[in-house]
Ligand binder design. Structure first.
Ligand code: BGC
Length: 493
């Protein structure tokens, strides 16, 4: 039996434990149904109307086969000029929310508030105003991987000057758009920027400093996030009444041998070195997870170092960082099985420090467009429960979740819709069985787009983009049609 409660116009059916048909349960009233994009991945117009270069412009223009076929985001989906086409897609889906990012260097060409590019401001005003005119709530990410090149030239995320520049940029955005934008995300996936951008160098800015670069970049990003949150709190919250968070990505991790204590501990470390690295300081106590501090320090001792490679926050900084998120923004794609690995003699790196080897269960299907994306919808439910239990039952938004197809991708993407359907079922379980306070779900992505080092070979969109046609037409995949039905009904059938 289902018991009905009501929030707004949509009935909420909080099902009793027995006899519950998951397939027909409603999502909570006012559930945010969204899709996400990021500026560099869709906009194109890389040097249009006074935009300054960012690290992805530089990285892709340098070539060197770090991106599939040396492709670039110079044109991408052309959203800078084709915004109205994106809006049509959003309306066709019936989204209640749309998450997109601002291109920092389109607004502030050298990353500082010394010069403001009015054309950039006009563009985002147009996007925000037309979303609101269509009853779609904008969710705005300030920074999604595309640091202005000028700031990178001064040390990028390894430098305090970028922390200051980010705070000034955030204040500028709150001031300029905050009368209409009420949901803000400061930084998208600091883990990815730190590890792939400043340690492994497979993403922009392509820095390879194993064992130190990622820890330093992460340290500065946490400080930058906290500074921006405080600026909002101090200068804008009262008048604008919005919420600010940071988007954190994480896999779920299962021990390879469920009964092995070593594998159980390694699985915990896998999450500690990804999600908790950022969530513990921000949501708990202003400091890194104990398990991370002790592990890195022990590895450093073995390596003959006299101090840890993990930087420390001062007491003052800890106080400033603690409590700087108004909701939990989670990006989830996949799950890994984790084995303990003895790395005492490896070269320093984040993954060596973790002493946890990732294994993909061969029985899990893998998305055709991304070899790393094993399809494990139940992992999301486990991760949501972990966040609820570890981070004091926060309001959570899943700000990214998706499945890629390889190119060419069939419009009838049945396997992909099955991924979404199973994922949405797990979400219902998380909400109604586990009591997770989940307020929204955003598909990555609205459109096929520039998938970083995979270029255009990996298609995550609900809408297909034909890159061969200069008009860049958008056509819905079957997943888009099915997702629109779910949104309209607020349930799976
Ligand atoms: C990022 C997106 C990316 C997606 C799929 C996330 O890590 O935020 O920019 O396209 O994953 O790889």
């Amino acid at each position: 039996m289902a018991s009905a409660a009501s929030t707004g116009s949509t009935p909420v059916y909080a099902p009793a434990a027995c006899n519950w048909n998951l397939e027909s349960a409603f999502f909570p009233g006012q559930f945010a149904w969204g899709a996400s994009t990021a500026a560099y991945q869709i906009e194109g117009g890389w040097d249009a109307d006074g935009k300054g270069p960012n690290v992805w412009d530089t990285f892709t223009h340098q070539g060197g086969d770090r991106v599939f076929k040396n492709q670039t985001g110079d044109v991408a989906c052309g959203s800078y000029t084709l915004w109205e086409e994106d809006l049509k897609c959003i309306k066709q889906l019936g989204l209640t929310h749309y998450r997109f990012s601002l291109s920092w260097s389109r607004l502030l060409p050298d990353g500082t508030t010394g010069f403001i590019n009015q054309k950039g401001v006009d563009y985002y005003n147009k996007v925000i105003d037309s979303l609101l005119a269509n009853d779609v709530t904008p969710v705005v990410t300030l920074y999604h991987f595309d640091l202005p090149q000028h700031l990178e030239d001064q040390g990028g995320w390894k430098s305090d000057s970028t922390v200051e520049a980010f705070d000034a940029y955030a204040q500028f955005c709150f001031q300029t758009f905050g009368d209409r934008v009420k949901l803000w995300i400061t930084i998208n996936e600091p883990y990815v920027v730190a590890v792939l951008g400043y340690e492994e160098g497979t993403m922009a800015p392509g820095v390879t400093e194993p064992g130190t670069g990622a820890y330093l970049a992460a340290h500065k990003m946490i400080k930058a996030h906290a500074a921006a949150w405080h600026s909002y709190d101090r200068l804008f919250r009262k008048q604008q009444g919005g919420l600010v968070s940071i988007a954190l990505n994480s896999d779920w991790a299962e021990p390879f041998e469920p009964n092995s204590l070593a594998d159980q501990e390694a699985a915990k470390r896998h999450i500690a070195f990804c999600l908790d690295w950022f969530a513990t300081p921000i949501f708990v106590d202003g400091d890194y997870p104990a398990i991370m501090k002790s592990k890195i320090s022990a590895m450093c001792k073995k390596q003959g170092l006299t101090s840890s490679r993990l930087p420390e926050f001062t007491q003052e900084e800890k106080k400033t960082i603690k409590g700087t998120a108004d909701f939990f923004s989670l990006n989830y794609y996949t799950t890994r099985k984790i084995k303990h690995q003895d790395n005492a003699h490896s070269q320093p790196s984040v993954s060596a420090d973790m002493e946890a080897e990732q294994v993909t269960d061969p029985s899990w299907p893998v998305a055709t467009g991304s070899s790393w994306l094993a399809v494990v919808p139940w992992g999301l439910r486990q991760l949501l429960k972990y966040i609820k239990d570890t981070y004091n039952h926060p309001v959570i938004y899943i700000t990214e979740n998706g499945f890629s197809q390889s190119d060419p991708a069939p419009l009838d993407d049945t396997q992909r819709w099955e991924y979404f359907r199973l994922t949405l079922q797990e979400i219902l379980k998380a909400i109604y069985i586990d009591g997770v306070h989940l307020k929204g779900y955003f598909v990555w992505s609205l459109l096929d787009n520039f998938e970083w080092s995979c270029g255009y070979s990996s298609r995550f969109g609900l809408f297909h983009v034909d890159y061969e046609n200069s008009a860049l037409p958008r056509v819905p995949y079957r997943s888009a049609i099915e997702y629109a039905k779910v949104i309209a009904n607020n349930r799976l059938i």
